[in-house]
Design a protein around this ligand. Structure first.
Ligand SMILES: N[C@@H](Cc1c[nH]c[nH+]1)C(=O)O
Length: 389
């Protein structure tokens, strides 16, 4: 393998149309965030590893890309934006009144996604609503998640709502080690029905074993709340989801909302409603978020919060391909004609005209043929003429 020509695993060059599509989605999302009064923050690309241990691990430590600095400290390429933003809200923005609405447009780095064809560099646009608890803040966030995907140009998508409290309520009723609960969480998250059944086998006599076993299959329309209710015998988390649904329905968001009670999330900091956005026909989530009421407090400022991030490239890949402009005109200009030549380029649609670097007109004409341009504009001694290629 040559290190000169290959990029590291999980990374790649992105060219032309892909860049345009990414920018288009970023513009749509950040425009919407600003309209809803979110202000931008940019956090460092490299952070101390310890930062991410502050309130549980947001992800397995082997997923973080590590760097050792000069003094031997372990640093990581930003694996998540929510944790650094919680740090900022609790420190630099400590005296700014709550709630704070913050947004970001930055990359996170997570390795281990390569084997599924995924990238280690994930361009995210996200929001954090810090210092707001309860249903109004959750409703604002879920409505914004729907509006984001609509604003990006997607039509066939939905947001799946879950609640980590439901899983917690059920596991609290189980006599089970913390380790087994964690293993169970991973199996539910991965919708690994068979292994989940095996894990729960020895606990079959306990009352919450049956709903836990069904958890990874409890997804779909609002009817899954009824099924979950009859399996579990009722739960505060389910009542809360029902209440949110009624309000979202009244606001016209009903067609975008589904439920997945098996959404028990790998990221550790969630404490309440969690949600993911899916585009029909595409496998992985394009949006992910939820309520995290303890993370900001871990940095010294009690503040309940909620937020989400959009995977910009995942959204872009679901949109129709952007048409790249075609070069139509080359400009062949003589001495003293630079300003006029640039004025012609600037006046035309971007990407449709460019300057020829050659002195001889014949070379410019050859270049025009090679690049497929239709015309050459010759600017010489204050005159201009068009030459067909
Ligand atoms: N940081 C989360 C998304 C999120 C933002 N706020 C809350 N959750 C992620 O990358 O999946």
């Amino acid at each position: 393998m040559s290190y000169n020509v290959n990029t590291p695993e999980g990374t790649r060059d992105r060219l032309f149309a892909e860049c345009r599509e990414r920018r288009q989605v970023q513009q749509a999302l950040t425009g919407l965030f600003r309209r809803r009064s979110y202000a931008e923050v940019i956090t460092p690309e490299v952070e101390f590893y310890d930062l991410f241990l502050q309130s549980g691990n947001p992800m397995p430590q082997e997923a973080m890309l590590k760097i050792i600095d000069r003094s031997g400290k372990i640093m990581v390429m930003r694996p998540d934006s929510t944790t650094p933003i919680a740090r900022v809200a609790a420190t630099k923005l400590r005296s700014v009144p709550l709630p704070q609405r913050l947004y970001y447009d930055q990359t996170v780095f997570r390795s281990g996604r390569e084997h599924r064809g995924g990238s280690s560099e994930i361009a995210q646009c996200g929001v954090e609503l810090i210092g707001a608890s309860g249903r109004k803040a959750d409703l604002e966030m879920i409505a914004l998640a729907v509006d984001c995907l609509r604003e990006s140009g997607l039509e066939r998508f939905h947001i799946e709502l879950g609640h980590v409290g439901f899983f917690r309520e059920l596991t609290a009723r189980m006599d089970m080690s913390a380790d087994a609960v964690e293993r169970m969480r991973a199996l539910i998250e991965g919708k690994n029905f068979a292994a989940l059944g095996d894990l729960l086998e020895p606990y079959a006599g306990q009352s919450a074993a049956r709903p836990l076993r069904r958890l990874s299959q409890l997804f779909g329309g609002a009817e899954v709340l009824d099924e979950a209710e009859s399996l579990s015998g009722g739960s505060d988390a389910l009542d809360y989801l029902r209440d949110l649904y009624a309000e979202l329905k009244a606001a016209g968001y009903e067609r975008y909302i589904r439920f997945d009670l098996g959404l028990v999330h790998q990221i550790d900091y969630y404490t309440g409603v969690v949600f993911r956005g899916y585009v029909e026909g595409a496998g992985d989530a394009v949006l992910s978020g939820g309520r995290y009421d303890k993370l900001v407090e871990a940095f010294g400022r009690p503040a309940q919060a909620t937020g989400f991030a959009v995977d910009v490239d995942a959204v872009a890949s679901c949109l129709p391909c952007a048409d790249l402009p075609r070069l139509e005109l080359l400009i062949h200009f003589g001495d003293g004609e630079l300003a006029r030549a640039l004025a012609v380029v600037d006046a035309r649609a971007p990407g449709t005209a460019e300057l020829s670097p050659f002195r001889a007109l014949e070379s410019t004409l050859n270049l025009a043929r090679e690049k497929g341009a239709d015309m050459v504009l010759v600017l010489e001694n204050g005159t201009e003429r068009l030459v067909e290629v």
